[in-house]
Design a protein around this ligand. Sequence first.
Ligand code: ZN
Length: 410
Amino acid sequence: MKRPEKTGVATVGGYAGHESFYNGVPGRQTPGPAPLPSDTEGCRTEPLGHGRNPDYSTSGPRRQQTQPVKVVVSKGGRQTMTQWHPLRFEPVYKQYLWGGTRLRTALGRDLDPRQTYAESWEICDHDSDQSRVLAGPFAGATLHELFLEHRREVLGEQAVDAPPGVPARFPLLLKYLDAARDLSLQVHPDDALAAKLTPPDFGKSEAWIVLEAEPGSLIYAGLSAGVDRAALAEAIRRGTCRECVHAFEAKPGDCVFIPAGTVHALGAGLLVAEIQTSSDTTFRLYDWNRLGPDGKPRPLHVEQGLAATDFARGPVEPLRRLIGEEDEEAALVRSAKFALVRRAFSSPRRLGGDGRFHVLSLLDGSLVIEGDPTGRPLARGQTVLLPAALGSVQLTPEPRAVLLEACLPI
Ligand SMILES: [Zn+2]
């Protein structure tokens, strides 16, 4: 009963078919009831720091790695030594019934103007949904193939072996969502419950960064004060869930953290970036009394959703901070699953070289990334992965960049 939002088709857009350097197929994982690590999210959304940092590559007592690590790639029996480089990927587009046109109009994607698109998956290693490398010696390889063959170099010192029965995959997923209509009210399980209800997938925690919001657009996040299991179950039965959920009017720049167990929905009129654990375990609690394209209500997952809901999680407010003209670095989320930092800057910086990977997505501006084999600056809404073995790279804004950085927590 997972993936209730998959009412449309998944599209891998425009990939011209580079020959892959890999023969492997994404590994088939053996489903099983093996225990997952328990979810110990002591998550919080308060700002962790807000100041200037002239050199982002030195963010603590990390092992500094100035020289990029070389890598051997094999093709047709030949082996070639090359160097790591920033990894750009082909987006994977999703057409769900709530999607719109802003991936094309606001983010400049080359998409069919007669169609609507809900999501662009920028970095994904989730079953058949796979990012493919756009350019360079790894062109055509999927993120999963890179992960399987070069896990230590991609993840660095944060590479850990998955427990038996648990899918080994790149741990984070980054996407952009264009909500032209309200999404259903939903909740994601934590790892422990996902292991019981939806093995072998993980639990799911996510965070949204709002890029654009039409006036009056709402984000639903957390239960209203005093709503317990019985009250929510009754509201679902009666079709009156709206009163049970906290909502606020979203503004561009808002960051909302949605750990597993938080009831939530994106409202109509929002364009957001979403970073999440690489999982697709979603339980739909309520669909606003709407009918699906076939004229019938879409299925709900009430029992699983109630089991996954954290009834201690009351109203969730956004972390709201306007981005000024000054350079700034703001920690947005630090959780057991991922850390998010937003950096606004107008002079060259170096990033990486700290022994771990960095997922970078551009929220605004234009950014030249040293060593990027596509030769094209990162544009608004585009994403790059700096593998841990790459070393530090120079980032040159043209003339200014607002960058979202996602990492595993230290
Ligand atoms: Zn969600």
